[in-house]
Design a protein around this ligand. Structure first.
Ligand SMILES: NC(=O)c1ccc[n+]([C@@H]2O[C@H](COP(=O)([O-])OP(=O)(O)OC[C@H]3O[C@@H](n4cnc5c(N)ncnc54)[C@H](O)[C@@H]3O)[C@@H](O)[C@H]2O)c1
Ligand SMILES: [Zn+2]
Length: 332
């Protein structure tokens, strides 16, 4: 969808929440659809630290001061930080007003903007306050990816490859050899395919009750632990799950759940996409396991992982022995 069409399709009574980088990138674009008056746009500082309770409160007050009503639509224009924050704001303002997501990072387009999870971080931990709040619409505009920094593009590729690993081996063949020269149509096909996969999984388990949705967490048990021990920031989410997917594939092989060679195949795809597959944080396995136990998905201290049986098939495995986890964190 061209951005100009997405913008034209918005209702007239909107409040747009975005960040400075996104504003600069889109306002500078040649098509430059920026029809809003400054008073209808809240431009926040970029970065994860914007996704906090203080900014959440600031957004609610801004809506109230600008005269937003029950009929107003919140437009989340940005990456996952803006999507999660603005979505949570929309869910809370006057007990919930309409939300449109316009995700502008690859990660947000294939993951965070769909599925209905919104929220903010607390000082005590990431994503600890939030809601399930499905948007009225999600507008995906591949042209927004043209201004995305290379590292952010590769970061989003980790989630794209994850869909291939857990559900759709054929998609791995669709990935362009050079991400930086991929054209809008290629991104369109890849993003749409990821969304269809996520939608199918989420539909079967909207509120994370049956375990079906857990397959989306492949690479995330280790990945979240890496993000946590490195202090959120130095290792981006996609980079952390890239490292996590390789470690969890090794774990799957060690437990006899994954076909031999799975870890090698996973690693090769990630390396090809320019993603990291190792980090020095893996050297302190105890610290990572400690972080995994505190993860909100861990039940009663026992460790659970979504593991590949082979490329394209994934299942939730509970009560994984700590010794096996420690062994698989080590890169051979
Ligand atoms: N709700 C969910 O289901 C879900 C799923 C995955 C991740 N998340 C959340 O998403 C967040 C990460 O999202 P992200 O990776 O999109 O990070 P982000 O929102 O911080 O965006 C990354 C960077 O790219 C910049 N940017 C965004 N769009 C741009 C564009 N078109 N051109 C140039 N620069 C642009 C941003 O300003 C930022 O500096 C995390 O907070 C994570 O918890 C949520
Ligand atoms: Zn993720």
């Amino acid at each position: 969808l061209p951005l100009s069409h997405a913008v034209a399709a918005l209702p007239t009574d909107v409040r747009v929440i975005t960040d400075r980088n996104v504003e600069a990138a889109l306002k500078g674009a040649s098509s430059a659809p920026w029809p809003w008056s400054p008073s209808d746009v809240l431009v926040l500082p970029p970065g994860e630290s914007t996704k906090d309770l203080e900014t959440f409160g600031r957004c609610l007050s801004w809506l109230a001061a600008s005269g937003a009503s029950r009929k107003t639509t919140v437009v989340a224009l940005g990456g996952g930080v803006i999507g999660d924050l603005a979505g949570f704001v929309a869910s809370a303002y006057m007990r919930g007003i309409s939300l449109v997501q316009v995700p502008t990072t690859l990660l947000a387009q294939v993951d965070s903007a769909v599925g209905g999870k919104v929220g903010v971080d607390l000082p005590e931990g990431k994503n600890l306050a939030g809601a399930f709040y499905p948007p009225a619409a999600v507008s995906i505009c591949p042209e927004t990816l043209r201004t995305l920094p290379e590292r952010q593009l590769r970061n989003g590729m980790a989630e794209v490859l994850k869909y291939g690993f857990i559900l759709d081996p054929d998609m791995l063949g669709m990935i362009p050899a050079d991400l930086l020269t991929a054209v809008d149509d290629e991104w369109d096909r890849i993003v749409m395919r990821c969304l269809a996969l996520k939608a199918a999984v989420v539909e079967g388990d909207e509120f994370e009750k049956t375990g079906l949705r857990a397959v989306l967490n492949y690479g995330h048990t280790v990945g979240h632990a890496i993000e946590k021990v490195t202090g959120y920031g130095p290792v981006l989410h996609g980079e952390a799950i890239s490292i996590g997917m390789v470690a969890e594939a090794r774990l799957g092989e060690a437990l006899g759940i994954s076909q031999k060679g799975t870890a090698e195949a996973v690693e090769a795809e990630l390396v090809r996409a320019g993603l990291p597959v190792h980090h020095e944080a893996l050297d302190d396995g105890e610290a990572l396991v400690q972080a995994m136990r505190l993860d909100k998905k861990a039940v009663g201290g026992s460790l659970a992982f979504s593991l590949l049986s082979r490329i394209g098939v994934c299942k939730l495995v509970t009560d994984v022995p700590v010794a096996a986890v420690l062994a698989s964190l080590k890169h051979p």
